[in-house]
Design a binder for this molecule. Structure first.
Ligand SMILES: Nc1nc2c(c(=O)[nH]1)N[C@H]1C(S)=C(S)[C@@H](COP(=O)(O)O)O[C@H]1N2
Ligand SMILES: [Mo]
Length: 259
């Protein structure tokens, strides 16, 4: 618990910015009782490398049954983006949305929702843990990110996958600061890392990231970019935001948020 509480205290003011009343989702991390989680929590200043050794590259996050879905998925962070390019797509039910995949790949892609839905799908019922201290269990369906990367042909020098989002949570001197996130290729190719277009048996709602959000099941909620606008494969994160790999990382969160 120490690591978690320290982070909460540290982030106090930041978390308040997105604080909604804690309604509906009560699966406190305190009761989690996962062996791996306890090891990680007891070893507070673990480095990325050490967490990787403990978790391995293909360790699966726990999956649940439908009976474990006790409440609707709680929306958090941006829940209704007002950015005009997003609103324009939403007005057309995202039928004209395309996902550009670019960067250190052999073939640039431009995928429609139908393209993604035509790929072999993965369904998983997993627990979402937010850094603020709540958890929710939900069923997600989507295309494995690994399949998209295979289609694009990742170059050997690539290291990260960056998700650029439509929504802005803050304003900077040069205009709105858009949400973005990044993960390494180990997590990108993890079998449970999916580009989700559906949740709890329905199309992904706007509040949870329509038309597409990523699930990165072995890390905290803020890693799971919603409202995905583009995917870039790269060997460096310096060109994005403040260079720390994500909107919240630029404001003090850890880049590797292993659970
Ligand atoms: N684009 C975008 N993605 C985001 C956020 C956000 O504000 N914008 N919030 C993050 C945080 S902190 C959490 S806990 C989850 C919330 O996902 P949910 O709304 O489906 O519960 O999305 C993450 N991804
Ligand atoms: Mo979160």
């Amino acid at each position: 618990m120490t690591r978690f509480l320290d982070r909460r205290r540290f982030l106090g003011g930041l978390a308040a910015a997105s604080a909604l009343p804690l309604s509906g989702c009560f699966d406190p991390l305190v009761q989690s009782g996962s062996g791996v989680r306890e090891v990680l929590e007891s070893a507070n200043p673990l480095t990325y490398r050490a967490q990787r050794l403990l978790l391995g590259s293909d360790h699966l996050a726990r999956e649940f049954t439908r009976a474990d879905i006790r409440q609707p998925m709680r929306p958090n962070g941006s829940t209704n983006p007002q950015d005009e390019p997003y609103l324009a797509l939403a007005r057309q039910s995202f039928s004209t949305w395309r996902l550009p995949v670019t960067g250190m790949i052999q073939r640039s892609l431009s995928l429609s929702l139908a393209d993604l839905q035509a790929m072999p799908a993965r369904t998983q019922i997993t627990r979402h843990d937010c850094v603020e201290g709540w958890s929710c269990i939900a069923e997600w369906i989507g295309a494995p990110l690994g399949l998209v990367l295979d289609q694009a042909g990742v170059l050997p020098s690539a290291r990260y996958v960056v998700f650029l989002c439509f929504d802005s949570l803050a304003n900077g001197f040069n205009g709105p600061i858009r949400y973005y996130e990044s993960i390494d290729l180990l997590d990108a190719r993890h079998p449970q890392t999916i580009l989700a277009y559906g949740m709890n048996g329905a199309a992904l709602p706007v509040s949870n990231g329509a038309p597409l959000r990523v699930r990165v099941e072995r890390q905290l909620g803020y890693k799971m970019a919603k409202y995905i606008r583009a995917i870039v494969v790269t060997d460096s994160l310096v060109a994005y935001g403040e260079g720390k790999g994500g909107f919240w990382e630029d404001r003090g969160y850890e880049w590797f948020a292993g659970i």
